[in-house]
Every structure is written in C-alpha cells, then in structure tokens.
Write a protein that binds this ligand. Structure first.
Ligand SMILES: Cc1cc2nc3c(=O)[nH]c(=O)nc-3n(C[C@H](O)[C@H](O)[C@H](O)COP(=O)(O)OP(=O)(O)OC[C@H]3O[C@@H](n4cnc5c(N)ncnc54)[C@H](O)[C@@H]3O)c2cc1C
Length: 202
C-alpha cells in the first residue's frame, strides 16, 4: 500500500487468476450474473474463515505452497481490522490454488526472494474486473440496447483498474460529445487509437 507519499514498506499487489464461466458452472452458478454469484461465494468463504467482523484470513507464502496452516506467530500485516491464520489453500477451487502456487514458484525464479515466510497472503481479492459487461457500440460507445446510455468504466465491464477506467472515460466522453454534435473531429485524430476500445474481452 503506497499511500500518497509512496513511502510505505508494504507492496500494493494482488495475485490474479483468470476465471471463466466454467468456474462459475462448477459451483452451480448459471446465467448472466453467475460471475457475481462466484465473487460473492468466495467473499463469503473468506469472511467465514476470518471469523467475522471484517477479520481477514491470512497464510504465509511458504505455508500456502506447502498447504499447511500458519502458526499463531504471523508476520506483520498492513491490514488494520485484524487477520487470522487460515488455510487459504482450501478457500479456492483446487485448480485456482494450483495456478496461484505455480505462479508464485515462477515469480521466485524471476524475482528471487518472492517466496518468504515473511510474506503474508491475504484473502480474497475478487474485484479486479467486472464479471458482467453491458454491450455498447464500438464507435459511438452508446449502449446497443438503450439510446443515450453510455456504459463506461469498470462497472460496465470495460476497465479493470484506475488507468483503464480513466482512458475508457476519456474516449467515451469524446464519443458522446461527437454524438451530441458538440465536436466534429474524429476522436482518434485527437487521442490516437485506443488499444482496447469497443467490446473488450477479458
Ligand atoms: C479496494 C480497492 C483497491 C483497488 N486498488 C487498485 C489499484 O491499486 N490499482 C488500480 O489500478 N485499480 C485499483 N482498484 C480498481 C479501481 O479503483 C477501479 O477499477 C476504478 O476506480 C474504476 O473506476 P470507474 O470510474 O469505472 O468506477 P468508480 O470509481 O467505481 O466510479 C463510479 C462512480 O459512480 C458513482 N455512482 C454509482 N451509482 C451511481 C448512481 N446511481 N448515480 C450516480 N452516481 C453513481 C459512484 O459513487 C462512483 O463515484 C481498486 C479497487 C478497490 C475497490
């Protein structure tokens, strides 16, 4: 967590695994909002593991790799509402745990020191990108179903972070201004070509 002065000793980072409708179906979640149900399920499991009151389940990286519970003597955490030693390797479906473990082992090869009993994993990060997307026209940015509606940014399923949300908003703003006749210039002549404008696939 860098805070405004970017001088904190903590890293602001999450390990992310791509999930798909197959993962949702494996937990018996179906339909347009199956991804939201999947998010909710993992968040509920984490809340139960933490024991309530926003206490977060944690496990050292070394214990996560060896699939054993961390002892009571945990390394320091930046999370302020409390942490509880838990079996995070049991929180996720087995193949997600395996993907995380494999990635950590790979990171260690690239960045020796990544695997350490001082490194504490906190569960669970479920909000990297929206599990739903509102369809829109890739040129006008207008909703394909509702005239005058501009689905933009993370919630609409077109961004997965601060910068991508800001850039998407910039393009959508120009597109809306053009559609309303407020500007005549081509958006790309002003901003250059957006790499992922239009329907983004995650
Ligand atoms: C805890 C956390 C940590 C994160 N850390 C990072 C990070 O380190 N790096 C990174 O790149 N991204 C991070 N993100 C993601 C990033 O914050 C979002 O992707 C980004 O802010 C999305 O921007 P947005 O404009 O699409 O949506 P938002 O920032 O959510 O803006 C939506 C706005 O719409 C308003 N709103 C909602 N409903 C209505 C309504 N009915 N009427 C009027 N207004 C309404 C809301 O109040 C809000 O102001 C993090 C997110 C969270 C939650």
């Amino acid at each position: 967590m860098s805070f405004s002065r970017r001088s904190s000793k903590w890293a602001n980072s999450a390990l992310v695994v791509t999930v798909s409708s197959k993962d949702f179906e494996s937990l018996n979640f179906h339909g347009a909002l199956a991804g939201v149900d999947f998010q909710r399920e993992l968040e509920q499991r984490a809340a139960v593991m933490g024991g309530g009151n926003f206490v977060v389940p944690v496990q050292t990286v070394t214990d996560f790799l060896e699939e054993r519970t961390s002892g009571m003597c945990l390394p320091q955490s930046s999370y302020r509402l409390g942490v509880k030693a838990s079996n995070l390797h049991e929180l996720f479906p087995a193949h997600i745990t395996k993907a995380l473990q494999d990635s950590i082992l790979m990171f260690e090869k690239e960045l020796p020191g990544f695997i350490s009993k001082e490194a504490l994993l906190h569960g669970v990060e479920t909000r990297t990108s929206s599990p739903v997307q509102i369809p829109r026209n890739s040129t006008t940015f207008e909703s394909t179903d509702l005239k005058g509606l501009y689905p933009v940014g993370e919630g609409a399923g077109f961004a997965g972070g601060i910068v991508s949300a800001a850039v998407d908003g910039l393009y959508a703003g120009f597109a809306a201004a053009k559609n309303l006749g407020l500007i005549t210039a081509d958006i790309e002549s002003l901003l250059g070509k957006a790499q992922n404008s239009g329907i983004a696939k995650y």
